[in-house]
Structures are given as structure tokens and as C-alpha cells.
Design a protein around this ligand. Sequence first.
Ligand SMILES: Nc1ncnc2c1ncn2[C@@H]1O[C@H](COP(=O)(O)OP(=O)(O)OP(=O)(O)O)[C@@H](O)[C@H]1O
Ligand SMILES: [Zn+2]
Length: 711
Amino acid sequence: MDNKDLKDGDNGGFSNMGQTILIILIAATVTFFIYSLSQRLTGNGATQELTYTQFLSMVDRNLVEKVEWSDGQITVYPKYNAKNADGPAESDAASKNGSATEDLFSGLGQRQGRIYFVIPVGADAEKLVERLYLHNVDIVKKRPNNSGFILQIVLSVVLPFVLLFWFMNWMAKRVGGSGGGLMGVGKSNAKMYMQKETGISFKDVAGEDEAKESLVEIVDFLHNPTKYTAIGAKLPKGALLVGPPGTGKTLLAKAVAGEAHVPFYSISGSDFVEMFVGVGASRVRDLFRQATQTAPCIIFIDEIDAIGKSRDNRYGGNDEREQTLNQLLSEMDGFDAAKGIMVMGATNRPEILDPALLRPGRFDRRIIVEKPDLKGRVNILKVHAKDVKLDETVNFDEIALATSGAVGADLANMMNESAITAVKHGREKVSQKDLFEAVEVVLVGKEKKDRILSKEERRIVSYHEVGHALVAAIQKDSEPVQKITIVPRTMGTLGYVMQVPEEEKYLNTKSELHAMIVEFLAGRAAEELVFETVTTGASNDIEKATKIARAMVTQYGMSKKFGLMGLARQENMYLGGRAVLECGDDTATEVDEEVSRILKECYEESKKILSENRYALDEIAEFLIEKETITGKEFMKILSEVKEKRKKELAGSSVMEKGTAETTDVEKKATVEENEVEKIEVEKIEVEKIEVEKIEVEKKESTAEAESTEE
Ligand SMILES: Nc1ncnc2c1ncn2[C@@H]1O[C@H](COP(=O)(O)OP(=O)(O)OP(=O)(O)O)[C@@H](O)[C@H]1O
Ligand SMILES: [Zn+2]
């Protein structure tokens, strides 16, 4: 610790010394330069001295137009082009004289009218006036004028300092911005930025009502710290904003500063960690020193986990980072909260923070900033639509339904994309269609028109996607299909099915999860069924299906084998991290077996649904190959037409017998399996019909989870 402090001091000392010398050198140069410039402008360049005798001689020769008389001196304005203008008499006089005045004049040429002379006034002022009258010289009596003098002062003294100040600021920014040259070492203002007024209020943050509620208190305390101290309350020093990326943590911190009308200091945790040992700590010190000067204020440290990682080395120790963290802790202990300094940190990995950071008197308030729910998303869209022109088709509820899981940053992005799309199509207002297009752009990327698939590939992709859609349409617990497309997108998908829930779900039943897996695997099932071969296109589907199956077994207590036993710990919950198994090796093997069993079962179910509906699969897939994109409505229409046709065909042929036999077979198998599955099977035929109608009616309530599948 001591060692570190010494080092910091050295760093600071060196850079301060260097800076001082540099300042003096630059100031001297600039002063000299500007002084000589100002001399030229205001003085000798335009004014020449004349002896009194020379002046009298000029007057006598009628070469003077006007004099300005101000205390103690006379400024002489010679006649413009005096030599030629005043006729032969003067000319004669001049040539006869041949004096110094003459020389002076001849050198002045055309410019002489603009040159004036300063001479001290002699004692015989009265006589001089008489003489001037005699020669028709205008006399202007002037009050002493200081403007020239003031200008000179401004130019030679003030300006250099202004310039210097500006220059230093610029240097500091430049040096700091590039990661700290020698001069920037130890200066926190490099990457930190300060806003006197953020101009952001709680109104600009939508859908985070709980977070805002807890922050209102902080605003009040910044407004009026004495109210709290008077009663003996200990003021909070720090608050930690915790939540997934893009949920508006930075925005909330700015809103607190904006509401309280206090300055906002912002720095990112990763900026503290430099390659020079000691720099981070010195930055922290600097930051707090500056903040103390402008208290009340807010210090916002984004990604605080970069410095605040636990010091127990479990996550990899780092001397520099520990020093920085120690400095931060001691600064937080050191300042007087009554001054109104509030330190706000943001992180999406709260579990790795050093417990010391979370102790009372430090970041003892934890404010959870969640992903927005349906209502929150609607409100966020509204906030960002403030300056966007919308037409009457726009319905934010629909968009919000289609974007479950999206955070504020995504929605802000979508709003902007939709406006760009509208412009691209030459429209003046954003329509619902533009918004949906934007949703897709954000979720799966832009259309990739230059990717040409071979004919066979297009067929495979088409069957794969229709496989997903068909299973979704037929299963009881699936979400309605909004759109099917085989236009490749920039984020790697060759086609996808977009589905829209009818309402926001906060809980999933076991049978819904089961239906999801069946649906994810349906793409691959269609490939195998039709082409008798499989492709790499299902990798994403398989990953998602496996994740759900694993969670069912290890986290949701949904497997018969393990029942309610919790077998995994969620890591990085805000970053969508994996669940880490917490069990013995033998159990882990059994978990894998169980997961594999579920997947196999679901895959078989998928294949069964598709083979039972093979006629529909073929027809819709062919239609999609031709059209590239079909809407959910079109899809449902074809599906019911095809079914109708099929029914008639079957009624008139003996094929019916075979079909029935197949179904019965599979149903028998299902009975052995879990209850829900059985129920679904039995109900399926009636449900299918009802579902189709229901979905058609409710199609207007579209939107949602685009299910991107890698094919
Ligand atoms: N609740 C919200 N209301 C309105 N806009 C939001 C909201 N959340 C996010 N945004 C928009 O998203 C942008 C990014 O949000 P912000 O940077 O605050 O997120 P963050 O949680 O700090 O993310 P990160 O963890 O990546 O730093 C904001 O500038 C804002 O435009
Ligand atoms: Zn797929």
C-alpha cells in the first residue's frame, strides 16, 4: 500500500513538474509573439514620431489636415497625397526645404494620409492653436482614450493565457484519450467525462418503475442532504445498478443527476485499469478530488466489475486492479456523505463483486434494473417515438408482444431502424410494416440479397422452415406463426419462422416447454423425413432445444427421474450465461441421459406430426419456395385448404384405413410416456381444427418472438 502511494505521488509529481515547465515555455513564446504583433497593430507600424520643429514646418507648408489634441500629445493627420494636392506653392516650399520631413514624406507615398504622427505638445499651446487656425488645420480635442491600451493588455496578457488554457485542455484530452502518455498518467479527466446538466429526467426512462422509485430517494437526498443529517440519518454513499446490458442503467444514473440538477461524472471501470501500476488508483483519487469540488454531484462508474472483482483470486488476481479497488474503497470511506456525493455503479455481473464493495457505507443499495415487461416495452417505444412521425397503422402493443426479451437499447434501435426503413421506401411516416421490418432487422439482421442458394438448398431450407411452422400450428401449446421466410439474413440465418404469442408469458408450463422442444426439432425432422439426409442447418435449433431440456431436468424440477432436485447454478444470469452443473460425476452422467431421452422423445414426436401431415408439408414447402416469404395468414389459409382437400380425398378412398392405423399405433406409444403428451395426442385431432380457426380469427394480434432458426 505504502509503496503504491509513493509511486502515485511520483507519477503525479513528475507530470505536474513537466506540465509547469511546458506551460511557462509556451506562455513566454505566445506572449512574445502576441506582444510584437500588438505593437505592430496599435503602435509603431502606423504611428511615427515627429519632432516639434518638423511638425511646425509641415503646418507651415499646409501639409497637415487635422490634429487630434489629447492630454499631453498631438496626433497629426497629414493631408492625403499632400504633395500633389496642394498645388505648386507647397511643392516649391517642399523642394526648397529638403528637410527631414520631406524625406519622411517621400517614403510614405500613397499611404501617407493614413499615417499619423505623435508629438509631445510644447508649452506654447496658445500660439500653436493660432498657427493651426491660420493654416486651416482642423483641431479635434479628444478625451484620453484607453482603448488601445486595453487592447494591448488583452492581446499580450490575457489572450496567451486563454490560448494556453485551451491548449492544455486539448492536450489532456488527446493524451488521455489515447490511453495515457507520460503527461496523462494519473489524470482521471482523460476518459472521464463530466456533464454539468445531463438534461435527462425520469420521464426519459420508461418501464423501470421499481428502480425509479428507489432512486427518487437519492434525488431527494442530493437536493437536501441536511434534511437527513439533521435528524441523524446516515446518508447512503453508493448505489449499485444491477441488470442485463442495455436496460438503461446509464440512463437511470443520468436521470438521477438530471432530476437533482447536479453534475454527472462518468467513467467506466475498465478505464481505471491501465498498464501502468498505480495509475488506476491515482485516477480514482483524482476523480474524487474533482467531484468533491463540485459537490453535490454524482459519480457514475460503469462496468464496476472491472475493478470491483472479488480480491480472493478466484476470478484471476491482478495487482493493479486491487490497488484501484482499495483506493476506491478508501475514497468512499473518506468522503463526507453530507456533502452530497453519490457514487453509482453499474454492473451486469453482481455475483463476482468483492463483498467489501457492498458493505454498509459503500454500495449498500442495490437497484435491480430488469428487462422490461410488455407494458414497459410499449412505454419505451413511446419514449423513443417522441420525435418520429407515425402513421395511423402503428400499434405499439403488437410490436411489444413481438419483442419479448428485448431491452431498451434494442427498442430504441428498432424505432430508429423503422424510421430509416420508411425513408428508404420514400414514405414520410413510419408504418406498422416498417416497425415489423425493424424488429426483424434487430433480431436476425438485414436481408442478404446477394446470397444465392442452390435450388436444392432452397428446397431443404423451405422444408425445414415449414417443418417448424407446421408443428407450431398443429401443437396445442405453440405460439401462432406470423411469418415464414427463406430469404437469408445477415446474422447467419437462411430462413426463419416468426411467431407471436397472444399474450406476454411470465411462466411456462411443462407442456409448453415440451412443445417448444418439439418445435425446435421440427426443422431437422422435416429434413430427415423428406430428404432422408440431414444438414448442418439445425445446429442453432438443437442448441436451444438442448438448453430447454437441460433446464427442465436440472433447474425446473420437471423430470421424473430427479424430481425437485436442484442440480445446477445459474452463472451470469444477466448475460444469459449457462447453468453450471453442481453434482457428482455419476449424477452428471445421469442428467445427460435424461436430457438425451427428452430430446429423442421430442424428436420422434416432431417426426410423427410431420409424417401425419406430409401432404401439407409438401404443398406449403413448394409454395414457399416459389414465394420466398409467406405471412402467417397465408400459411393458415393454405393449411386449412390442404386439409379440406385431404379430407375429401380420404373420404373417397381406402387410404383412410392406413392413416388411422398409423395414428393408433403412435398413440399407444404415447400412453407409456408422460401424461401431458398423451393428452396432447388424444386431443390433437379436434384441437387442430379449433386451433386453426381460432388462430385465423386472432391473427390480427400478431407479433413476437421471431424464432430464428439457422436454416
Ligand atoms: N428504460 C428505458 N427507457 C428508455 N430508453 C431506454 C431504456 N433503457 C435503455 N434505453 C435506451 O437504450 C440506450 C442504452 O441504454 P444504457 O446505456 O443506459 O443501458 P445500460 O444498461 O447502461 O447498458 P450497459 O450495461 O450496456 O452499459 C439508452 O441510451 C436509451 O436510449
Ligand atoms: Zn430451424
